[in-house]
Design a protein around this ligand. Structure first.
Ligand code: IMO
Ligand code: MG
Length: 388
């Protein structure tokens, strides 16, 4: 494998970290290519549990170089904290991780804007993780973002740039009626993390091109999932990046022809955190049981996840869209005690059969899932509990 790509096939939380952790044993580089601290990836190493939000899931392996790619939006304060907490637990990360100089910064005013916007929207909110993701990508596309490369500017220049940006952002926050961000305190905090992160910031594209030339093995780690993709997901109930395969190319600088394996991670049922359409959602006893046995609570926000049945329409679409070559099906054991297991094989809109996930939410909302009901493998609750 020169380059393998791991992507979430559903709405995130498919158990990507577990699979990445497994595959990273044979990798030289693990690269995250999009998103930011909205991700929540749980890795267990030597019996210890780690919850990563920004660090790639392969970061604990001493033989792996971890890269935070250019397509990411990175909260530098949160990243420095995450590095500190892992370092304190005995893992020396600083020698084997790099940050792309193209990645954009998530700054305290982005978080403030995300929170304020969500609160204002009330019942019609997206249900974001409030990590500042959308406002940071808005600034990136609006060509007023601050990039990791800006941290490398001389101290005075960086200070001036930040003072200007924070004042501009505060004017925006004020106009919306949201609380503003303290200028001096924010700059001070950024100067501290700048010192820590600066040695890690580089043109990671060149590192990766060189790695390909040397026959190294690269694993690209997607966060979130295909159905949360800004273009291919349930817009507008999506995240603001491209978790799907296309995002890996722009988000790392790796040429598309270098990717020879695309592993789609799917849970044996479906979950979703946040709002938006979810055709196979089960609000009854089945969904509650999936949530309880699957321990479906968000790693980033602690919110209970909405649960429902495996959606083969969405999965089929994810396979086509991303050229998935391999599938990893996770949490199958959560279904152990179900006497009947539902699988949605197509949708019905009126009398019409739909085989692919519609691009438009309104059209998706009119779709009804058509289920095939399979017999469970009949592990009783007793035998299940004994096996725990
Ligand atoms: P991992 O990588 C599940 C969801 C949020 C919300 C929408 C937009 O752990 O699978 P955002 O904060 O990104 O602007 O929120 O996307 N969301 C996730 N859901 N897993 C994730 O990441 C998610 N990251 C964002 O709940 O509906
Ligand atoms: Mg998560």
């Amino acid at each position: 494998m020169p380059v393998s790509l791991i992507i979430g096939g559903q709405w995130g939380d498919e158990g990507k970290a577990k699979v990445i952790d497994y595959l990273a044993r044979d990798a030289d580089f693990v690269v995250r290519y999009q998103g930011g601290a909205n991700a929540g990836h749980t890795v267990v190493a030597d019996g210890e549990k780690f919850a990563f939000h920004l660090l790639p899931s392969g970061v604990l392996y001493p033989h792996v170089t971890s890269i935070l790619g250019g397509g990411m939006v990175i909260d530098p304060i949160a990243l420095a904290d995450e590095i500190d907490s892992v370092t304190k637990r005995g893992f020396a990360l600083m020698d084997r991780m790099l940050i792309s100089d193209q990645a954009h910064l998530v700054l305290p005013y982005h978080i403030q804007m995300d929170r304020g916007s969500e609160e204002r929207l009330g019942k019609s909110s997206i249900g974001t993780t409030k990590k500042g993701i959308t406002p940071a990508y808005v600034d990136k596309i609006g060509r007023r973002g601050v990039r990791m490369s800006d941290m490398g500017r001389p101290r005075g220049e960086f200070q001036d740039l930040m003072a200007k940006r924070i004042r501009e952002a505060n004017r925006d926050l004020k106009r919306h009626g949201f609380a503003s961000v303290p200028v001096a305190k924010t700059i001070d905090a950024l100067l501290v993390v700048r010192r820590k992160l600066s040695p890690l910031i580089t043109d990671t594209r060149v590192v990766l091109w060189d790695a390909i030339d040397r026959g190294k093995r690269i694993l690209c780690e997607g966060a979130q999932g295909v159905l949360l993709d800004i273009d291919h997901g349930t817009y507008p109930f999506v995240t603001s990046s491209h978790p799907s395969a296309g995002g890996a190319q722009v988000g790392t600088g790796l040429p598309p022809t270098s990717i020879d394996r695309v592993v789609g991670i799917f849970k044996a049922y479906c979950t979703r955190v946040g709002n938006g359409p979810f055709p196979t959602e089960d609000r009854g006893a089945g969904g509650k049981k999936l949530a309880r046995i699957g321990n479906e609570f968000g790693t980033t926000t602690g919110r209970p996840r909405r649960c429902g049945w495996f959606d083969a329409v969405a999965a089929r679409t994810a396979v086509k869209l991303n050229g998935i070559t391999d599938i990893a099906l996770t949490k199958l054991d959560v279904l152990d005690t179900f006497s009947e297991i539902k699988v949605c094989t197509s949708y019905r809109r009126g009398k019409k059969r739909i085989d692919y996930f519609p691009t438009d939410c309104r059209s998706l909302e009119k779709c009804r899932p058509h289920y095939e009901v399979l017999e469970g493998w009949g592990m009783t609750t007793d035998s299940f509990e004994k096996s725990q």
